[in-house]
Design a protein around this ligand. Structure first.
Ligand code: AMP
Ligand code: MG
Length: 487
């Protein structure tokens, strides 16, 4: 266990130099205070969890203090936003404080979001408000606990600093951890600004640091791109299987590591709805829940375009062609497990689609359905769940297919079935209204609800005594909350 001043830095991205990032300094928040910290994320830095409560912790992550070895840099990138190319973006309100390596030899970027203006702030104020910082913190850690690859969050620091959005709010900072903050948009920036040397340097950096095993392949860059395709397909398969809607899948928000990244107006589905749009500025539904799958491929082709100096177009096309098969394999595997199935049959895709159609028509809760399906034997479970469906005949027909399918899987005890299913079907997810309750309390100065919700979501598959209220469908007010983009 380390104290805060014992972190070891090795700032590899900063060493790439001024073509890649600009030296900046955090702008301190007034009266910084700890809102919430993640013990699991602290463990990634070998930090003693007790240090979160010390004043110096809030000072460091509230922009007042810096380690001597930190080299804060704002990174430059660009990207396709809602399908159109924006030639220059970059860390407009966040900064890479440095890279820390832990006892296991892993490097972790410390990235402070809401840390003030940078050369990339454009019209923005460089700040983040408390509500969006809490949402990013809760989502990062909750996704990780569900087994969905994501950037992590160490803490949220609140303050008395006024920040103007639609109304006056308070500034906050979230400390984000990832093994890299390099996005698809980094490659696009150097490609479209025609800087071949730096572009090649970036590709080399990513290959050496993040895909070293691809070095062994006859075409290392192609192997790396294939791996990026597969990781993205797997991540999006998990989003779809668990009902996570990202909301702003612009290429500047897509990580080169295939982790969920840059949280905005995201949401988990309550009722299953394939057409759900969580971002209220997304009028066309470009990033609707079901569009996430083709958009994943669209984004990968934008990256492929930026990799044409290193890989032949034919090879890139072939690798892009792997996306859908990878996606389908991962998705189907996870949905089979969610249904408690052990073996694979050709008709399983249809079984899943049939169920989702029925859930869509009846507005069935996506999370609780699967959890309850595992509570009891297939016969008893479908009998109990039947009441949630409007199309009773449709559900009965599906239930017959399902029971027959389970029977073909062979005998196992209900004990085993429950255990197997509960291990993949969460009881607790980050429902929008739960986040909203926690935010409202935090804005009034009470951080206990954010902390409790974070704790509950860190063990989403385990039933926790006294926490029934976190495993409920939303009340009416909590069903269609408008999440503002101005975060
Ligand atoms: P996002 O929608 O959060 O992915 O941000 C898109 C771009 O806008 C990125 O370059 C951000 O750094 C920048 N940005 C977002 N909010 C702010 C802000 N309040 N101040 C400065 N830049 C911002
Ligand atoms: Mg972004």
């Amino acid at each position: 266990m380390k104290a805060l001043d014992e972190l070891t830095f090795d700032n590899r991205f900063a060493r790439l130099g001024d073509a890649f990032s600009t030296h900046v300094l955090p702008e301190p928040l007034d009266e910084p205070r700890l809102v919430v910290a993640s013990k699991a994320a602290m463990a990634l830095l070998d930090l003693d969890p007790a240090v979160a409560e010390t004043p110096v912790f809030a000072e460091l992550f509230g922009g007042h203090k810096l380690w001597a070895e930190a080299e804060p840099r704002a990174m430059v990138y660009s990207g396709h936003q809602f399908g159109g190319y924006t030639p220059q973006l970059g860390d407009g309100r966040g900064m890479l404080l440095g890279e820390v390596y832990n006892q296991a030899g892993e490097h972790w970027d410390l990235h402070l979001k809401g840390a003030g203006m940078t050369p990339y702030s454009r019209m923005g104020d460089g700040r983040a408000v408390l509500r969006s910082s809490i949402r990013e913190f809760l989502a990062s850690e909750a996704l990780h606990a569900l087994g969905i690859p994501s950037s992590r969050a160490l803490c949220v620091i609140g303050s008395s600093t006024p920040v103007w959005r639609e109304k006056q709010e308070r500034g906050a900072m979230v400390l984000r951890l990832a093994q890299s903050h390099i996005r698809f948009g980094h490659f696009e920036y150097f490609y479209y600004t025609k800087k071949p040397e730096q572009h090649a340097e970036l590709a080399e950096h990513v290959l050496n640091l993040h895909y070293p095993e691809c070095r062994e392949q006859p075409e290392p860059y192609l192997a790396m791109f294939r791996e990026i395709v597969e990781r993205n397909a797997e991540m999006i398969a998990k989003w779809q299987a668990y009902g996570f809607c990202h909301g702003v899948m612009n290429t500047d928000n897509m990580s080169i590591l295939g982790i969920t990244f840059d949280f905005g107006p995201f949401a988990f589905l309550d009722d299953f709805d394939a057409h759900f749009i969580c971002n209220h500025s997304d009028h066309e539904g470009r990033y609707s829940f079901s569009n996430q799958v083709p958009i994943g491929q669209w984004n990968l082709s934008a990256l492929a375009q930026a990799l044409t100096p290193f890989i032949s177009v034919d090879a890139l096309k072939e690798a892009l062609g792997l996306y859908l098969p990878f996606y389908q394999a991962h998705y189907l595997d996870l949905m089979r497990r969610r249904l408690g199935l052990i073996t694979a049959e050709d008709g399983d895709q249809k079984l899943v689609e049939g169920l989702l159609k029925l859930m869509q028509n009846s507005g069935v809760d996506y999370t609780l359905f699967f959890r309850r399906l595992g509570d009891e034997s297939p016969e008893l479970a479908v009998k109990r769940l039947r009441d949630d469906f409007v199309d009773l005949a449709g559900f009965d027909a599906w239930a017959e297919l399902y029971k027959a399918r389970v029977a073909r899987d062979g005998d196992d005890s209900q004990e085993q079935r429950r255990e197997r299913m509960h291990a993949v079907n969460p009881l607790y997810i980050l429902r929008n209204y739960l986040a909203q309750n926690a935010i409202a309390a935090a804005e009034a100065g009470d951080y206990s609800e954010v902390r409790r919700l974070h704790e509950v979501l860190s063990k989403p598959f385990e039933e926790q005594a006294g926490m029934e209220q976190y495993a409920q469908r939303p009340p009416d007010w909590g069903k269609h909350l408008e999440i503002s983009c101005s975060s």
